[in-house]
Ligand binder design. Structure first.
Ligand code: 26Q
Length: 824
């Protein structure tokens, strides 16, 4: 008889050492003689992995037997970062491992940094999905994530001569956190044709076949919760040639190359994450990725449902599927196809199930970022789905016509098909029509989608279909893991770590705002985190910065709408001011370090120009003896999750300065404030709600409001506009060649001077500069500053992704937690 399991539940450092060593010697077949940091990492990871696996199996079994509704989070991106630290903190044995590693001669930080980031995402949307997984598990919701197992994550960024260079991120050499499930496969069809026939009951039916088949193989990763044994599943699909496809006749008859080429073509589907976070239209491979992933995930979900032997009418009581942006929208026609073509349900019966199953989260209002696919491309790749999309559209338009008979233009406006040349499928409209709820990610954003891109749909469906769920972040990674000293200090005041599971408890910190000891400790922790960041900057940029200076950070994807150009123009302005000062005046200047980081999409020239300018400006300013420590400018290479964990706690002020109305939410703003930093920001995205929570005296807001943006842009075009005089001086400096050949930066300057300044850099410049001045003054009054930061931390409870997940569970998914038994 099989023993139930052989759990190796180490509790002491000796037991941990035994487990780690056993793994190094047997699982890895390595001698302890040459146990380097990589081996120590592997041994530690495998020891903790064993702990997760046991709870993972129990959780999955419990969820299967519980027979209650599950949520499936479909996201093409999960920006997970590293897993070991998270696993150790969740299991609750990080200190034990630390002591054990010390016995073996290793430092915990060195071992943790051996792990490569799982960088399966671009930025905010992908990291949000990762925070959601953490909260879903921590709150005991039965939930799965589904995505692709990209062989290459987001590229690694190198800065060479001030320019971004992209290097492939092959991350799978050693990944102890994934479990291949070679027995869990799904065959996915592409291309081919549709034929109609009449079935035995006289019903008209469609079949899609004669296409090309690619096999999806499941790879699973455990997602442990904090303070619970619930361990959920993240399932990633990898593509490979199907057995039917890999043609052995070809193989044997000497067409070896062709047969290997076919195999490689199949594997290409899951090869690489697309590095654009604003759309690059029309790439067939991207559409193939989307369908491959949606079809494999839905097959898996339906297969699981069918095992329960429940009738189809129960499907949406068992299954909630959340669409993270429009990337998984093909799941809608795919489920309709499964129900109608394969399971024989009637159209209306199936459609009711589809709508009740899906929820759609929108992350942008920028028109250029709304996904569209050409009708000929879908026709070619997914002929049956195109028919289904047309049928969905025609029934929808009939309804609209009946309901609004007097409105002639509405049909063209809301049609899923854009009547362009070629015709395009508007994925966001399909997602709205196929879901029962649509949500934006911050209040302003949710209001904006209702009055702009989805205005007609609010009229058609009523306002209740549209809702808001303001984004959040997991306090486990973004406070406890990234800033253990602050987490510990807070716990010492609040009587333990309960606040990590209920972040609203942070409000109790307000009582300590005047506590001298606490203030001193709080300040010392910020200083220590700045020292650590300064060391990092010295090591990686060769620039020595003073930890006592004000650290001003802007780290995020590089985008014109996020306005890193506004920041660097502001830095140049500051430089010009310092250069014009007498020695006496210089003494009054608040020293600053301007820290930039972020990747540009490889084909986004304007973004790459911004990176180049930042580097050139840094080169000039950092070498200028007249400036010295008063101003330093650094660009941190290859910004990613694990680097954010060092950068975020080391910031005094961070910049969230998008043109009002363009940043759906932003989530790093929340991370910075939670770590005792303040924000300079526009009235955009979640900045508005952060202001409401922390109080407007604790945030530095500036710039035009969203409601004025349209008028300003129109005025630019009709009347032209007067360039802000301070900005003009900045441009003259750039044009004079101070930062190298001015021609290199002309596109950037011209987009403002000659092409209408779409992102309102000039309109907001004065207000930005003035606000930076206020920040200098406020920072100089350290006691006032510390009060602001403590009160802000105390008021950040709302921005936990736990609150966010509870809102989704209640308003959109209608699911309940499934707690492990008390002894489980
Ligand atoms: C789509 C089609 C083809 C290729 C790429 C894409 C693509 C990929 C990623 C489009 C967009 C993205 C990512 C978008 C994103 O990160 N949006 C951010 O989402 C955050 C979480 O809600 C918000 O906080 C940010 O405001 C929003 O910009």
């Amino acid at each position: 008889a099989w023993k139930k399991h052989s759990a190796r539940e180490f509790k002491t450092k000796e037991e941990f050492e035994n487990e780690a060593v056993r793994h190094i010697e047997t699982t890895l077949a390595r001698s302890l003689f040459n146990c380097d940091e990589a081996a120590a990492y592997a041994g530690t990871a495998l020891a903790f992995r064993d702990r997760l696996v046991i709870e993972w199996n129990k959780t999955q079994q419990r969820q299967t037997f519980a027979d209650q509704k599950r949520v499936y989070y479909l996201s093409l991106e999960f920006l997970m970062g590293r897993a070991l630290d998270n696993a150790m903190l969740n299991v609750g044995l990080k200190d034990v491992a630390k002591d054990g590693l010390a016995d073996l001669g290793f430092r915990m930080e060195d071992i943790i940094s051996q792990e490569r980031d799982a960088a399966l995402g671009n930025g905010g949307l992908g990291r949000l999905a990762a925070c959601f997984l953490d909260s879903l598990a921590s709150l005991n919701y039965p939930a799965w994530g589904y995505a692709l197992r990209y062989r290459y994550g987001i590229f690694k960024q190198e800065i060479v001569d001030g320019y971004q260079v992209e290097v492939p991120d092959y991350w799978l050499d050693f990944n102890p956190w994934e479990f291949p499930r070679h027995d869990v496969t799904v065959d996915i069809n592409f291309y081919g044709s549709v034929s109609q026939y009449v079935d035995d009951d006289g019903k008209q039916r469609s079949v899609w076949d004669n296409g090309e088949i690619v096999t999806a193989v499941a790879y699973d990763a455990p997602i442990p919760g904090y303070g619970t044994t619930t361990t959920n599943n993240l399932r990633l699909w990898s593509s490979k040639a199907s057995h039917g496809e890999f043609d052995f006749t070809k193989f044997n008859s000497g067409e070896y190359e062709q047969s290997v080429a076919d195999q490689q073509r199949a594997e290409t589907i899951s090869a690489v994450l697309y590095p654009n976070d604003s759309l690059e239209r029309g790439k067939e491979l991207r559409l193939k990725q989307q369908y491959f992933w949606c079809a494999a995930s839905l097959f898996d979900i339906v297969r699981r449902f069918k095992k329960s032997k429940k009738p189809w009418k129960d499907f949406a009581n068992q299954v909630a599927i959340q669409l993270n942006d429009t990337h998984p929208t093909l799941a809608i026609p795919e489920l309709q196809r499964i129900l109608v073509d394969l399971e024989g349900l009637g159209w209306d019966e199936a459609w009711t199930i589809v709508q009740a199953t899906f929820g759609y989260t929108n992350h942008t209002v920028l028109p250029e970022a709304l996904e569209k696919w050409s009708v000929p491309l879908i026709q070619h790749l997914l002929p049956r789905h195109l028919q289904i999309i047309y049928e969905i559209n025609s029934r929808f338009l009939q309804y609209v016509e009946k309901t609004f008979p007097k409105e002639k233009d509405i049909l063209g406006r809301v049609s899923i098909i854009e009547e362009s040349q070629p015709k395009m499928v508007r994925m966001a409209y399909l997602a709205v029509i196929g879901s029962h709820k649509v949500n934006g990610v911050a209040e302003l954003h949710s209001d904006l989608i209702k009055t702009t891109i989805f205005k007609d749909f609010v009229k058609i469906y009523g306002p209740d279909k549209f809702t808001n769920v303001t984004n959040g972040i997991t306090p486990r990674r973004w406070l406890h893991q990234a800033n253990p000293k602050l987490s510990e200090l807070i716990a010492s005041k609040l009587g333990g770590y309960d606040y990590l599971r209920d972040l609203t408890l942070l409000h109790k910190l307000e009582a300590f705002v005047d506590d001298k000891e606490f203030r001193k400790d709080f300040q010392a922790i910020k200083y220590a985190n700045k020292v650590r960041l300064a060391q990092y900057i010295l090591e990686h940029n060769g620039v020595k910065v003073n930890p006592a200076a004000l650290f001003d950070v802007q780290v995020k994807r590089i985008h014109e709408y996020k306005r890193q150009q506004l920041n660097i123009f502001g830095v140049i302005h500051r430089y010009l001011q310092i250069k014009a000062m007498s020695a006496e005046e210089k003494k009054k200047v608040q020293p600053r370090v301007s820290i930039f980081g972020g990747k540009a999409a490889p084909g986004y020239w304007m973004a790459k120009t911004v990176i180049h300018l930042v580097n050139q400006v840094g080169k000039v300013i950092n070498a200028d003896k007249e400036v010295g420590d008063l101003l330093k400018v650094v660009f941190l290479e290859d910004y990613n999750v694990s680097k954010a964990e060092i950068i975020v706690p080391g910031s005094d002020i961070s910049e969230h300065i998008s043109t009002a109305g363009t940043e759906a939410s932003g989530t790093s703003n929340m991370k910075f404030v939670l770590n005792g930093g303040l924000v300079i920001g526009t009235c955009d995205g979640a900045n508005i709600e952060i202001t409401r929570e922390v109080g407007e005296e604790n945030i530095f807001l500036f710039g035009n409001l969203a409601e004025d943006v349209e008028d300003l842009r129109e005025a630019h075009h009709k009347q032209g506009f007067e360039l802000d005089p301070l900005l003009k001086r900045v441009f003259e400096t750039i044009r004079s060649g101070t930062f190298g050949d001015a021609g290199q930066f002309s596109a950037l300057v011209d987009s403002i001077v000659d092409h209408g300044d779409y992102y309102l850099v000039s309109d907001d410049f004065k207000s930005y500069i003035d606000t930076q001045g206020l920040i200098d003054q406020s920072y100089a009054k350290q006691e006032e500053w510390v009060t602001k930061t403590i009160l802000s931390v105390a008021r950040m409870g709302f921005f936990s992704s736990d609150r966010c997940i509870d809102e989704y569970a209640e308003m959109i998914w209608n699911i309940e937690p499934l707690k492990p038994e008390a002894n489980g």
